[in-house]
Design a protein around this ligand. Sequence first.
Ligand SMILES: Nc1ncnc2c1ncn2[C@@H]1O[C@H](COP(=O)(O)OP(=O)(O)OP(=O)(O)O)[C@@H](O)[C@H]1O
Ligand SMILES: N[C@@H](CCO)C(=O)O
Length: 293
Amino acid sequence: MVTVRAPATSANLGSGFDVFGVALSRPADVITVERADRTTIEVTGVGAQYIPEDPDSNTVGAVVDALDAPARIHIDKGVRPASGLGSSAASAAGAAVALNELYDRGLSRHELVPVAAEGEAVVSGVAHSDNVAPSILGGFTVTAADGTTAVDADVPLVVCLPDVAVSTRDARRVVPETASMDDLVATVGNAATLAVGMCRSDPDLVGSGMCDPVVTPERARLITGYDDVREAAFDAGATGVTVSGAGPAIIAACHDDRRQAIAASMLDAFAAAGIEARAYQTKIGRGATILEE
Ligand SMILES: Nc1ncnc2c1ncn2[C@@H]1O[C@H](COP(=O)(O)OP(=O)(O)OP(=O)(O)O)[C@@H](O)[C@H]1O
Ligand SMILES: N[C@@H](CCO)C(=O)O
């Protein structure tokens, strides 16, 4: 039996659509696998009632197929589905690490990234790696055509998750198909600033690099209260604010001493819009961890 804790993640970070991701120190899924002749999946925890246990529909089933590793699998969800916090990816990443260990497949953490990404194709139609990569590798990750680069970074974050669901599949439908040259130049500048900020663990550079003129404005329309919550976070000291993944979670970068005030302000702003929410005072964290063998 192998048990793995796989962290929530935030993809895009504004300027790095489908490229940037970070592992969050909390929340996380816990996945336990045992060898079996045929695969069964049991799901408990946050939002378990919305997650299929049929291996053909669960992200973990695709990972079982990719590793040819049938198992009795228990997923204890800490990451709510359809949150923008890489819920589907956390399970896939945890299963990839756990099954690789259980069956002694010998794949490296980097080799497990495309394996876990197969799970993402099950739910969003695209095997994007920007959530599974940080959940497996930890830190800040850059996923490009020829692989993923990961760096450790220490940046405080607040994530505010409203009590509404946005599916990644729906949120991908509003992504513009084209961008102007001005927006392209601005995005490259912001993304480069953010990457330098991560390498220096500098919340000011990271925050200013989160600005994105192309995808985020379209996705923000799907989140009731977004503009007010964003403004409230900035007023409380955030250095940057954007949609987390495909939403509806909103992520803010900040200095350590501002996390509590930012979390409270974001919750108040959602409440003023009539929406319940919860806030995580978190930071960039480590990748999937084997808890028990
Ligand atoms: N193991 C799993 N964990 C969570 N959701 C799953 C899992 N397997 C299948 N799903 C389905 O995936 C969908 C949630 O995935 P989706 O990508 O929309 O959200 P997310 O992972 O929280 O968001 P994001 O990718 O934007 O961070 C739900 O429909 C859920 O039923
Ligand atoms: N890059 C993906 C991540 C989803 O979490 C998207 O924004 O659609």
